[in-house]
Every structure is written in C-alpha cells, then in structure tokens.
Design a protein. Structure first.
Length: 346
C-alpha cells in the first residue's frame, strides 16, 4: 500500500507540474520534474533490491545442520533427535553435530555448514556473545539460523530464537522448594556456565522467590558448569563445610543428579530442585530424593525450529517474531508420572 501511495503521489505531482509547465511555458520545470520522477523510481528499485537481499534462500543444498552441546546430556540428545526426525519427515537431509560448549568448535561447525551449502542451521549455541559472529557469517552466506534453548545477545541476525521461559519455570519450581523447606533453613546453589544467559536468568528467578523469606539463608553458591561430576565434587565440599545444610537449588537437572548422588553418599535426604525435566530427574523425584524440576519442553522447541526453518525456506518468512518463549512446567511428585522423554502429557 505504501508503494502504491508513493507511485500515486509521484504521478499526481508530475501531472500537476506538467500542467503548470504547459501554462507557463517553463522547459526547466518540466525537466526538473522528469529528473525527480526518474530519481524516485530509482530509489524504489533500490529499496526493493535491498528487501530482496534480506531474504535468505539457503546455501543451495537440501541439508539441515543441527548443532547442539554434547548429547551426553539427555536434554540436548532430545533436541538433536527430535529436530533430526522432524527434518527427515519434511524431506530434508540431516547432519547432527555437537560443539561441546566450545565456541571455537562451534565456529568450525558453522564453517562446515557453509561449505556444505546447508539449507538452514538449527543451533543450541555455545555462548550468547561468542555465537553472534558465527550466525552472522552464515547469514552473509544466505543460510538462515534458528536458535533453540539459548539466546544470543543480538537480534536481527538469527531468523528465530526459540527458548524455554526459564524465568517463569525457575520461579515456579522455586516456590515448590520454599514450600518443601517450610520457608526456613540453610541452602546452597549450584550455577551453570557463566557464558550461558540461562544460568543467570534461572538464578535470578530462584532468588526472586527465595529471597522473600528472611529465614532462608544461602550458605554457598558455586558454579558446576552444568556437569554431573563437577556438581558431585562441589557438593561434597559444601557438605563438609555445612553439615547442617537443609536444601539445594540447581541450575539444571544434570547438576541435580550429582547433588543427589553426593547427598546419598552422606545418607542425607534434603529438598533439591533443578531445571530441565529429564527422565533422570523424574526418577529422583519419584524416589523422594528430589523435590522437583522445571520442564523445558526441549522436544517441542526443537520441532518448532525445524518447522519454522521449513516455512522460511518455502515462504521467505516464518510469520512469527524472532524471539519466542515456550513456558516451562513445574514437575513434582504430584505430576511426575505425566513426564517422559521431556514430553509432558496431560
């Protein structure tokens, strides 16, 4: 409509000036009007060319690259498996690779995707800042990237950033933790990787809930980098320093597993929460070793990304905002039987 109005306005303006020119006999005014009309048409053409250049048509192959952290983590395996299955269902070839949370390796994998002329890239990234350059490089090569689980610190580079509502989910499960702690006692917190925005978002949400209760005291806060073994070791040291500990909050379920193993080694049973919604966490909730977890719907998010990639490649748009939040579900002993493979069934 804006283009139509511009052409109409230009035509009317040209007509009016022509009439004046005929009436006054001014060749200069006619020439000036003609020059401006040519200039306006040229500007419109340039604008359309720029709009067309923004459409990323893929590298030319039928291959979708799926790049995730290590699939030794069941959450990332669920992402990779679900995305791969959906892409194959839609008729694409698939290459699934892991960056192992190494930004340098991730850059190399993006370079490989570009060299392989990938149609699109699905990525659970290796750093909010470190990933921007790799996604931009793919964009410059005409390859659209669809980010899942973790955001990057820049908009307008990826086509979609589909993430779990970590803030909402962490708050929801923190409320269960406070309830299980009877609103009092000493607790410890294990954080995820500092380079991952999710680590900070979850911790902030935990504290927004817990810090409202003056009788709850955090006696230790350490990073375990999302890892089970590191969480076990950190928890051992925390127990030694705080034998009267009453509870633990964990930034993810893998660390929750390590914490529960360390507590079991000391014959301790305390309220423990995590975030992810893994089958391993579900088993610990069922056995009474953990209070709960916030389910990030990894399978749902991964499938959404592939569907949007397909829509974009076929229609040059997803029809959706770049930033998209998918709500988490608080999982406790009350509803844990509905959880399996990161899928919650009502």
């Amino acid at each position: 409509m804006k283009g139509f109005k511009k052409v109409l306005a230009t035509t009317l303006a040209a007509a009016m000036v022509t009439v004046v020119a005929i009436g006054c006999g001014s060749d200069k005014e006619v020439k000036d009007t003609a020059d401006k009309k040519t200039e306006d048409t040229s500007d419109t053409a340039d604008s359309k060319a720029e709009d067309t250049a923004e459409v990323l048509k893929g590298g030319g192959s039928n291959l979708i690259y799926i790049i995730t952290p290590s699939v030794s983590n069941p959450a990332f395996k669920a992402e990779a498996d679900t995305a791969s299955a959906k892409a194959k269902e839609l008729g694409y070839d698939v290459k699934t690779v892991s960056h192992d949370d190494d930004p340098t390796k991730q850059t190399e994998l993006f370079d490989s995707a570009i060299a392989d002329k990938a149609a699109a890239i699905i990525c659970d990234n290796a750093g909010a800042d470190a990933t921007v350059e790799a996604v931009q490089k793919a964009r410059d090569a005409g390859i659209p990237t669809f980010l899942i689980d973790r955001e990057i610190n820049e908009e307008g580079v990826a086509i979609s950033q589909i993430v779990a509502n970590n803030y909402q989910g962490a708050k929801a499960i923190a409320e269960k933790f406070v309830e299980d702690m009877d609103e009092k006692g000493k607790y410890a917190e294990l954080l995820g990787k500092e380079s991952d925005t999710n680590a900070g978002v979850r911790s902030s949400a935990f504290h927004e809930v817990i810090d409202q209760y003056p009788d709850m005291e955090m006696v230790a806060q350490q990073t375990a980098n999302w890892e089970k073994t590191e969480a076990y070791d950190k928890m051992e040291a925390i127990i030694q320093a705080n034998p009267d500990l009453n509870g633990v909050v964990c930034g993810n379920d893998t660390m929750l597993e390590g914490v529960c193993a360390a507590l079991a080694a000391h014959n301790m049973s305390l309220p423990v929460i995590g975030v992810d919604g893994s089958d391993e966490a579900a088993a610990l909730i069922k056995s009474g070793q953990a209070t709960g977890t916030a389910l990030q719907q990894f399978a749902v998010i991964a499938e959404m990304a592939v569907t949007q990639a397909d829509d974009y490649l076929k229609n040059q748009t997803t029809g959706l905002d770049e930033k998209q939040l998918v709500d988490c579900i608080a999982i406790t002993s009350d509803n844990v039987d509905k959880l399996s493979g990161f899928i919650y069934t009502e």
